[in-house]
Design a protein around this ligand. Structure first.
Ligand code: FE
Length: 337
């Protein structure tokens, strides 16, 4: 018996390390349902086992910082360029220069030093009450600060990264002084103090607490496609408006991923990144959450297509990360809670 155990150990130690553990460790701030099936397909195609840790974005980032170079993580997946930039600045990501990856992801959807790459694109736009708002009374993000919307606007809090990035985009396009005036106007127009998530803003408009709000469109997509009748009824009361079509276009953002600074399975992490950027994965990844692919020429879900084509803000996303801290301060100055 002892002899067998010894032989077994000898065989084990003789095997190359990657045969024993061909795996990749993923820390993901995305909901498991939005990523797990793709990871399973990756394993089927490559034989590489994916160990998935799911959690809140900020908690995962702190964990990566604490684990530092000893982290078992290979790939960090999260949403919003503000967060991806924070991860880069916190030193938990490493650059990946890979011509294949650079070709797959348009320049404006990846970090300048290739510390992170966009995986899907989302639009943060205006949603309004079908009952109480005429489409023709809407035009731009800027116009939502006009007195005509007094006590008719609902917003998420300034702690929310989506709004921080939207304000950063305003600073880039309009400058800090104009953006501060705009933010003050938005605060004056609030029907209630900022609270809740994107879905809560949609519910508030549907319930008549306010008439207009700002949301990422996939939240509405999920409600329209919900199994719950009450969610579908709420969604039916609102409509999407694409602002700034004469100017800079609709504010867009990304979900994305970066290889961690520790990455014990760096090559596998890069393989996974590339897999998430294949045409098939892009279609699935965008479709499952009613987002848009980052790669051009890939079909969106019919529901998303039904919302129509729109001009998007083509400014490079990395600069929204650069302006995140300024955006947070500006919102505070404007009294945006
Ligand atoms: Fe979201």
């Amino acid at each position: 018996m002892k002899k067998f155990a010894l032989i077994y150990l000898l065989i084990l130690s003789a095997l190359p390390q990657n045969v024993l553990a061909d795996e990749v460790n993923v820390y993901s701030a995305r909901k498991e349902a939005l990523i797990r099936p793709l990871l399973e397909r990756f394993t089927k195609t490559t034989g590489i086992i994916v160990n998935l840790v799911t959690g809140k974005a900020d908690a995962l980032l702190s964990r990566l910082q604490n684990e530092s170079r000893n982290s078992p993580a290979d790939l960090f997946i999260t949403v919003d360029v503000g967060r991806l930039s924070r991860a880069k600045n916190a030193g938990v990501l490493q650059p990946v220069s890979d011509p294949g990856l650079e070709q797959l992801v348009p320049t404006r959807y990846r970090d300048r030093g290739n510390y992170w790459f966009g995986l899907s694109m989302r639009a943060r736009t205006i949603v309004y009450s079908r009952e109480r708002v005429k489409k023709t009374s809407l035009s731009s993000y800027q116009q939502l600060a006009d007195p005509v919307w007094r006590k008719r606007l609902c917003l998420r809090s300034s702690e929310n990264i989506y709004n921080q990035s939207l304000v950063a985009a305003m600073i880039v396009s309009d400058g800090e002084a104009a953006t501060l005036q705009w933010a003050k106007g938005m605060v004056r127009n609030l029907a209630r103090s900022p609270r809740g998530g994107d879905r809560d803003q949609i519910k508030a408009v549907a319930a008549g607490l306010c008439d207009v709000t700002l949301i990422n469109t996939y939240y509405l997509g999920r409600m329209i496609k919900s199994k719950r009748q009450d969610a579908r009824a709420v969604a039916a009361k609102v409509a999407i408006f694409w602002p700034n079509q004469q100017g800079r276009g609709v504010h867009v953002n990304i979900s994305g991923a970066g290889v961690t600074v520790s990455a014990p399975h760096r090559e596998n992490a890069i393989r996974l990144l590339k897999f998430l950027l294949t045409a098939e994965s892009q279609r699935w990844y965008a479709k499952v959450n009613y987002e848009y692919p980052v790669r051009a020429g890939i079909a969106v879900d019919p529901l998303v297509a039904g919302w129509g084509e729109f001009k998007r803000d083509d400014g490079p996303l990395p600069q929204l990360g650069d302006f995140n801290a300024r955006a947070v301060m500006l919102m505070d100055d404007a009294g945006w809670k």
